[in-house]
Design a protein around this ligand. Structure first.
Ligand code: 5GP
Length: 123
């Protein structure tokens, strides 16, 4: 079934992680963002960074979030990459939007992949 991005669903798994209803392996948290290890890692380092607000996608986030919130979130993404120690060797950010991209969870999340040569962008 295609993912529904029309309205925010408070029952999505990342909303439940934010509320502490589901555990996660936390990497970082601040006022704007929570970062945690992906449950099914696709690289030696695979961390997800999510905003604390109720946004289904990057488009919804940039349309509705305050400038402070947008800046705070992206600063958190780069801080997490820095703190993971992967800046030197390199890392990849990925945001899936909608069905063709394979978005499974309808709460904006940025994937951070690192820890090995990551190969071509798409395969
Ligand atoms: P998407 O395909 O939506 O861009 O990525 C969703 C990601 O969330 C997947 O990589 C998946 O492994 C991860 N994920 C799904 N459920 C959970 C969960 O309960 N905990 C954690 N830590 N990651 C999850």
């Amino acid at each position: 079934m295609p993912i529904d991005l029309a309205a925010y669903d408070d029952a999505n798994v990342f909303a439940r992680i934010l509320r502490g209803e589901i555990p996660c392996r936390k990497v970082y948290e601040d006022r704007w963002a929570l970062a945690f290890h992906d449950i099914a890692p696709k690289a030696p380092v695979h961390v997800l960074v999510i905003p604390k607000g109720r946004y289904t996608t990057l488009a919804a986030f940039t349309a509705a979030a305050s400038a402070e919130e947008v800046a705070g979130f992206w600063r958190a993404v780069t801080k997490v990459a820095h703190d993971l120690g992967v800046e030197g060797a390199g890392y990849r950010l990925l945001v899936n939007h909608g069905g063709d991209a394979g978005q499974e969870v309808a709460h904006l999340h940025v994937h951070i992949f690192a820890g090995r040569p990551l190969g071509p962008m798409l395969s």
